[in-house]
Ligand binder design. Structure first.
Ligand code: NAI
Ligand code: MG
Length: 486
């Protein structure tokens, strides 16, 4: 049964309101394309209201700014309690709006609870230094919240992205305006209701649904927004960095795409490496920024590996996200489905060997067969561009030196992986990979304690890990005259 959609308005200053223009847009089911809800199409006037609410909530004498840091942490823990209370409902709503397989969504949501509690715990651990400066000075630093932050979310893992950005910003003491992706506006609104219920003061969190050009650009160009944190395409990431320097000088955190290499050496255990490589690229229908979308397999095991990889892909169960045995659900929408099918066609045209899959499944909804290409060459489009779909591309290599060179030969740098039992190979690969995360003998394992982000065009800054709040803080140096001699 479909979960009830309880919140379908903008959330500004703790009130549920329509867009000033009265405009709305539909959010569709990835399963069958039907309309599941209609939400306001927020634009500049709504962003202006939300930013002024966030600005008022950031005033030095506001309830939020006068809270003890530990009280901020307690409010965020209260939010975690409410999230945990509603975990089943939130999982169902996320899966309904996004097409994420429900069993996997439950797992993600348990991780979200841990993430909230970890980030909440950082609120009262924001500390400066005392510094032995030259001269007759007593000097120290204060770390203070940046101000109003615009948080622009993608559609692939909407709740986790909301949590990562909102809770980190709030732990730092900032206030925020959230712009969820137009494909998946519903869970951000449900979370806003929990923010209110937790007792977080009005204006600290605002949610404006709408499109990128419109609500998104109004946020990135707003003079009272001090920082933007964005997860999405590299293309829009670059636009955001440009916009950030247009009217003021916004701080920017970007988590962008990837074309992550995974290296399988001859000595790897195929019983572990084959499934890990498959999950690495097929998880969530391939709609993950860290997808292992360039799979380099060493020549000695290449044929055997390819055979097992094809068998694995053929056995993956594609079906309705709610069915308990489903492993792969639908792509997010027809646009993304067609984009992925377009890449599959390019792969075929360029001479990659299509060994299984390659087609849409059925005629309603946005399902694609798990697809495996072998004999992929570095200069093929499917080896260069982010596909964001269930497409495994297998490339052959002879030695690690060569694999490393080819793995790094990309403008992206989000993640990389290697399966080997040779510790020197593993450590050399980890040292020389141009990637923000390197996995050895596993792939995809993430956790809130681990800093996450990209080298090169995969991003700017890091989320998670103890230092993540720094991205929402300014450092203030205080230098006080105090003669050395009393
Ligand atoms: P996108 O980057 O266009 O959208 C992400 C978010 O940015 C959405 O909230 C959107 O409304 C907003 N946005 C779009 N244009 C904007 C602008 N000019 N200013 C401010 N905000 C703007 O991503 P899209 O179109 O959904 O997907 C395109 C490709 O991006 C995918 O095929 C995939 O390769 C990649 N992608 C990567 C993600 C990641 O996790 N790193 C997540 C989603 C998409
Ligand atoms: Mg776009």
């Amino acid at each position: 049964m479909a979960p009830e959609v309880k919140y379908t308005k903008l959330f500004i200053n703790n009130e549920w309101v329509d867009a000033k223009s009265g405009k709305t847009f539909d959010t569709l089911s990835p399963h069958d394309g039907s309309v599941i809800a209609t939400v306001p199409e927020g634009d500049k006037p709504d962003i202006d209201l939300a930013v002024s609410a966030a600005k008022a909530a950031f005033h030095r004498n506001s309830e939020w700014r006068l809270l003890d840091a530990s009280a901020r942490g307690r409010l965020l823990n209260k939010f975690a309690d409410l999230f945990e209370r509603d975990l089943a409902y939130l999982s169902e709503l996320e899966s309904y709006d996004n097409g994420m397989v429900l069993t996997m969504t439950y797992g993600f949501m348990s991780r979200a609870v841990n993430t909230i509690r970890y980030l909440a715990s950082l609120a009262d651990k924001i500390q400066g230094d005392t510094i032995p400066a030259d001269g007759d000075l007593f000097s120290y630093t204060l770390k203070q919240p940046i101000g109003v932050c615009g948080l622009i979310l993608p559609w692939n893992v909407p709740i986790l992205m909301f949590i990562n950005k909102v809770v980190t910003a709030l732990a730092a003491g900032c206030t925020v305006v959230v712009k969820p992706a137009e494909q998946t506006p519903l869970t951000a609104l449900a979370l806003a209701a929990l923010i209110k219920e937790a007792g977080i003061p009005a204006g600290v969190v605002n949610v404006v649904t709408g499109y990128g050009p419109g609500a998104g650009t109004s946020l990135t160009h707003h003079p009272d927004v001090a920082k933007i944190s964005f997860t999405g395409s590299a293309e829009v990431g670059k636009l955001i960095q440009q916009a950030a320097g247009k009217v003021n000088l916004k701080r920017v955190t970007l988590e962008l795409g990837g074309k992550s290499p995974l290296i399988i050496m001859d000595d790897a255990d195929l019983n572990v490496a084959v499934p890990a490589a498959a999950y690495g690229v097929f998880t969530h229908q391939g709609q993950i920024c860290i997808a292992a979308s360039r799979l380099f397999v060493q020549a000695g095991i290449y044929d055997k590996f390819v055979e097992k990889a094809v068998e694995f892909a053929k056995n993956r169960k594609v079906g309705h996200p709610n069915d308990s045995d489903t492993e792969q659900g639908p792509q997010i929408d027809d646009e993304m489905m067609n984009k992925v099918l377009g890449y599959i066609n390019k792969g075929k045209q360029e001479g990659a060997k299509l060994l299984t899959g390659g087609n849409r499944i059925g005629t309603t909804g946005y399902y694609i067969e798990p697809t495996v290409f072998a004999d992929v060459k570095d200069d093929m489009i499917i080896a260069k561009e982010e596909i964001f779909g269930p497409v495994q591309s297998i490339l052959k290599f002879d030695n690690l030196e060569e694999a490393l060179e080819r793995a790094n030969n990309t403008s992206y740098g989000l993640a990389a992986g290697i399966f080997t039992n040779n510790i020197n190979n593993a450590l050399q690969f980890a040292k020389h990979s141009e990637a923000g995360t390197v996995w050895v003998n596993n792939y995809l394992n993430g956790s809130v304690q681990l800093p996450f982000g990209g080298f090169k065009e995969s991003g700017l800054g890091r989320e998670n890990g103890v230092s993540c709040v720094d991205a929402y803080l300014e450092v203030k140096t205080v230098a006080i005259t105090l003669p050395k001699k009393f």
